[in-house]
Design a protein around this ligand. Structure first.
Ligand SMILES: NC(=O)C1=CN([C@@H]2O[C@H](COP(=O)(O)OP(=O)(O)OC[C@H]3O[C@@H](n4cnc5c(N)ncnc54)[C@H](O)[C@@H]3O)[C@@H](O)[C@H]2O)C=CC1
Ligand SMILES: O=C(O)[C@@H]1CCC=N1
Length: 283
């Protein structure tokens, strides 16, 4: 069985470990590294997965999933490079490197890791925790079709997967990578509105969350385009159109366009901060 090591077990790293276990992968086929010992101990206890250091991960794993913040990538690459070079000298195939890092191009990994290292860039999202991730994958220069198939299979066990050219990854990051946060933000604001119109918080939360689940299920089903679904809720001289007028007046649609464009731009900036010779802020 393919052995997978998650390098950096924060929010998305944990979501991946948890999702792979729920999908039936054996704990003994998973490893992780985590620089905070207390966090490492908690996760090892919770999931029964072994915490190791980077050299052990590079030695044992077939797939190395990089899940540290883009700002933390440099020291990790420094640590990984000699280990992958060492493994390249043995009979075993070199590990496949899968990056989940927002903004970082496959070219960065290829430039910093031993010549010929296969890299796949992935933008997942946190619904991976419940087997409902949306992941978009792009091959680096040396990744083979078989390696891309392997990554697709891995991520397919924790949600939906699409392939896209790497040039689209910054936009993808802004849409589906960050996307769950926009929905959580909306739900939070709608619950507050429930309080404003006199509904107790717990009940407001139940009404809104179930409406979100129902709406998402309809969107995913055969029912059609979001405009048609919205029109079906919007009665002449009714309540919904009164609300929509306010949303339009407050520029919510324009705010979403600007927000997603800003997220795309930030992803590009995170990548640029790691260009060779760059002195720009990496935060
Ligand atoms: N949180 C999200 O919704 C998504 C995050 N991502 C990407 O995933 C990556 C991780 O994001 P989060 O999980 O949110 O961040 P996080 O900060 O929760 O997790 C990163 C973890 O890596 C550990 N770490 C840092 N350097 C390390 C090293 N050298 N060795 C071992 N462990 C190390 C940190 O202690 C931390 O626990 C980022 O690059 C982000 O762009 C991608 C898609 C969605
Ligand atoms: O906010 C971020 O930078 C990460 C990438 C996509 C979602 N979370």
């Amino acid at each position: 069985m393919t052995k997978i090591a998650v390098l950096g077990a924060g929010k998305i790293g944990e979501a991946l470990l948890s999702g792979l276990l729920s999908a039936g992968r054996r704990a003994s086929d998973l490893l992780f590294t985590e620089r905070h010992p207390q966090r490492a101990a908690e996760l090892a206890e919770r999931y029964g997965v072994r915490a190791v250091d980077v050299p052990a991960a590079a030695e044992e794993a077939d797939v190395l999933v990089v899940a540290v913040k883009p700002q933390d990538i440099e020291p990790l690459l420094d640590e990984l490079e000699p280990r992958l070079a060492h493994r390249g000298g043995s009979d075993r195939p070199r590990s496949l490197v899968v990056s989940l890092c927002a903004g970082l191009p496959t070219g960065l990994f290829e430039a910093r890791l031993p010549e010929g290292t296969s890299v796949v860039r992935v933008m997942p999202n946190t619904p991976m925790l419940v087997g409902e991730a949306m992941s978009v994958i792009s091959a680096g220069r040396h990744a083979t079709d078989e390696q891309l198939d392997l990554v697709e299979e891995l991520l397919g066990s924790v949600g939906k997967v699409r392939r896209a050219p790497e040039g689209q990854q910054d936009a993808v990051t802004a849409l589906s990578g960050s996307g769950p946060a926009y929905f959580f933000y909306l739900v939070e604001a709608m619950i507050d509105a429930g309080i404003l119109v006199g509904i107790p918080r717990a009940m407001a939360a139940e009404l809104i969350v179930q409406s979100a689940v129902g709406a998402a299920t309809m969107l995913r089903g055969a029912e059609g385009h979001p405009v048609m679904l919205r029109e079906a809720v919007t009665s002449p001289a009714g309540t919904t159109i009164a609300a929509i007028r306010e949303l339009e007046k407050h520029g919510v649609r324009a705010a979403l366009l600007d927000a997603i464009e800003a997220a795309r731009d930030r992803s590009v900036e995170l990548g640029r901060a790691h260009e060779i010779g760059s002195t720009t802020d990496q935060g």
